[in-house]
Design a protein around this ligand. Structure first.
Ligand code: PBG
Ligand code: ZN
Length: 329
């Protein structure tokens, strides 16, 4: 018999919540989550980051407690950012075996079982000028910088890091880090490269958390122009050729088109960083009662997965894990 009306009835699958659950195409899993954490010198420190409600700078002791909670919530991985005691023009503490990140890794590995530790590899947290590399005048030297980044990556792994994540956007750094790790026998340590990292206004709050704002100029000589898509593909392709095991797009929400294309084109494990500004905007609007914070949080994370990300680095990881416990079967 012919349909009375010549149109499709999409609503048939929307009336019943059980059916809705059955036909849902994208799910959030705890295995998708990577939680960023900031470690500072001192003891018993838990400094709230003003521009990021719910995010703190931790000393190593409180960081370990935080990691226990993260593990307990079922989040598989953290990414660590260190704020050193002393900054200098060369960022020497970045590869000091007794540096803040190295000590933090030892402490976590001693006290928390089976929590994957990823480290952010860059120099901006360690340099007195806040730039991501070694300077000559006001220019960042590429090849001198990747030599230092390689030392930093090796030093993190020697301290016990399970994975390294170069975020600097110097050319050739994945190749240099891969070579340095392999030379030391760390052939089994994966590299998650910040492959398509844009020069974004959304990093503002992070620079409070990591105390890494550049003292002059900006990051446009190495991070990507926000308007470029084809270039992102070339960046990702180069990182894969150089040996990246996981490729990241950053920020996430405003660059869903890039995430989608990277995943479809390269079929590589793909991560996306929902950055500080994305987090803080949702938090702020939520705190003002302007949006339903939990709903928007989940919507933002589902959107990133729907675009094609396998993993999401997000300051919402703990809240999302709790939401998954309460809402997903
Ligand atoms: C360091 C780094 C930054 C972020 C991650 N690693 C800051 C920057 O590039 O200025 C941003 C993360 C965020 O905003 O949450 N290079
Ligand atoms: Zn940097």
């Amino acid at each position: 018999m012919e349909n009375k009306f010549n149109f499709k009835r999409f609503r048939r699958l929307r009336y019943n919540p059980v059916v809705r659950d059955m036909v849902r195409e994208t799910a959030l899993s705890k295995n998708d989550l990577i939680y960023p954490l900031f470690v500072v010198p001192g003891e018993n420190v838990k400094n709230p980051v003003k521009s990021m409600p719910g995010v703190f700078q931790h000393s190593i002791d409180t960081l370990v407690e935080e990691c226990k909670e993260v593990k307990h919530l079922g989040i598989p991985a953290i990414i660590l950012f260190g704020i050193p005691e002393h900054k200098d023009p060369e960022g020497l503490e970045a590869y000091d075996p007794h540096g803040i990140v190295q000590k933090a890794i030892h402490a976590i590995k001693e006290k928390v079982n089976d929590l994957l530790i990823i480290t952010d590899v860059c120099l901006c947290e360690y340099t007195s000028h806040g730039h991501c590399g070694i300077l000559s005048g006001d220019k960042i030297l590429n090849d001198e910088t990747i030599a230092v980044l390689s030392k930093e990556a090796v030093s993190h792994v020697e301290a016990g890091a399970d994975m390294v994540a170069p975020s600097d956007m110097m050319d050739g750094r994945v190749f240099a880090i891969r070579k340095a790790l392999d030379y030391k026998g760390y052939t089994y340590i994966p590299i998650m490269s910040y492959a398509a990292k844009y020069s974004s206004g959304y990093y503002g709050p992070f620079r409070d958390a990591a105390e890494s704002a550049p003292s002059f100029g900006d990051r446009r000589s190495h991070q990507m122009d926000i308007a470029n898509f084809n270039e992102a593909i070339r960046e990702v392709e180069a990182d894969i050729e150089e040996g990246a095991d996981i490729v990241m797009v950053k920020p996430a929400g405003p660059y869903l088109d890039v995430i989608r294309e990277v995943k479809q084109r390269f079929e590589m494990p793909t991560s996306a960083y929902q950055v500080s500004g994305e987090y803080s905007m949702i938090k702020a609007a939520g705190q003002n009662g302007w949006i339903d914070e939990e709903r928007v949080m989940i919507e933002s994370l589902i959107a990133i997965k729907r675009a094609g990300a396998d993993m999401i680095l997000t300051y919402f990881a703990k809240e999302a894990a709790k939401w998954i416990d309460n809402n997903q079967k």
